[in-house]
Write a protein that binds this ligand. Structure first.
Ligand code: HEM
Ligand code: HEM
Length: 277
């Protein structure tokens, strides 16, 4: 077993593999002295690690925080239903990228490391050693979160109260969404630090935290601003209901609660933006 690293600090060795060493006196005849040095070629494709890392950082450091910030700040977005389009689109893109980045690294470890030990924690490496295991968990949960979003129970029309299934879904979707994001951030942090240690490059985990933290902080402030606004000032995009009450057929002048014009507008809005969230 041969292990080598880029510094004297204790950490995961960047090169680990089995090698045959001939134990013989160091003479010219046995390949020593004038025989030249033995070198171990590194078969790993750095480009695969870079692609894995970049996709992870963009998906979970930028796209998902933007998607959640959108949902939190929906009352500030003047276009009806746009927050939902963006939440869905950005998250689906992030999930697609997660599937690809997962496939790239599993394939890379399988082909270019002697003992891939897929998803096994590395003993003695602390948090960094858990990256491979938690990576599998994030991959599975992200896909389930996307499916859960697509098959959500819809908000009822008009003034009808939300079903208990919908209330439960909202609770579960929000809780699991934040939990997966936290795990993905752990992944990006440990991944960037492992990459820096393995390949002897700079550690960019601080930059990652700066970008993801800034986007998220803006989103949280946007979300909190809901409480500082008078109820009437919240824009049409701010309500959890599928369409603004007046568009969805709130008591109309004629008293039947569904003026034909208003109802038509509501249906058009739903068709155009798919806002039956
Ligand atoms: C959501 C984010 C991430 C996920 C889900 C993820 C997932 C994974 C998984 C599942 C593995 C192990 C594959 C296997 O055992 O076959 C792995 C390995 C690895 N990942 Fe990530 N990763 C993420 C972010 C990152 C980032 C940002 C980097 C930075 C370059 C990175 C660098 C690495 C490295 C260097 C390995 C190999 C570890 C080793 O050889 O011990 N990862 N990743
Ligand atoms: C990685 C994937 C996803 C994550 C991490 C995620 C996370 C979240 C979070 C944290 C919230 C709560 C925001 C708030 O408090 O206002 C939320 C809300 C919501 N998400 Fe997602 N989401 C994901 C994918 C999806 C998808 C694919 C859909 C639909 C196709 C979806 C539909 C919704 C809806 C409708 C709400 C609003 C729930 C409500 O009425 O409060 N999400 N999401």
């Amino acid at each position: 077993m041969v292990a080598a690293g880029s510094s004297n600090a204790l950490g995961i060795h960047s090169q680990r593999q089995a090698a045959n060493v001939v134990l013989a006196p160091c003479t010219a005849e046995s390949g020593g002295a004038t025989g030249g040095a033995q070198s171990i070629a590194d078969p790993r494709r750095v480009s695969h690690y870079k692609a894995h890392g970049w996709m992870a950082v963009i998906a979970w450091g930028v796209l998902v925080p933007l998607a959640i910030s959108n949902a939190l700040s929906r009352h500030l977005i003047p276009v009806q239903g746009l927050w939902f389009q963006m939440h869905q689109g950005l998250n689906m893109l992030a999930i697609a990228m997660t599937i690809i980045l997962f496939a790239i690294i599993v394939n890379e470890l399988q082909k270019n490391t002697p003992e891939p030990n897929h998803f096994q924690p590395i003993d003695g490496a602390g948090a960094l050693g858990k990256h491979k295991t938690i990576g599998l968990v994030v991959f599975i949960l992200a896909i389930l979160q996307g499916i859960g979003g697509l098959i959500r129970p819809h908000v009822p029309e008009g003034d009808e109260p939300k079903s208990s299934v919908r209330v439960f879904w909202e609770f579960a979707h929000k809780g699991s969404g934040v939990a997966i994001l936290a795990m993905a951030w752990f992944q990006c942090d440990t991944g960037l630090r492992t990459y820096a240690a393995n390949f002897g490059t700079d550690d960019y985990s601080d930059v990652f935290w700066g970008v993801a933290g800034t986007i998220s902080a803006i989103g949280v402030i946007g979300g909190l601003s809901r409480f500082a606004m008078p109820p009437s000032a919240e824009s049409s995009g701010g309500d959890h209901s599928p369409v603004p009450k007046e568009e969805a057929g709130e008591p109309a002048e004629n008293g039947d609660g569904h003026s034909p014009v208003q109802k038509e507008e509501a249906e058009e809005a739903e068709d155009e933006y798919g806002i039956d969230t």
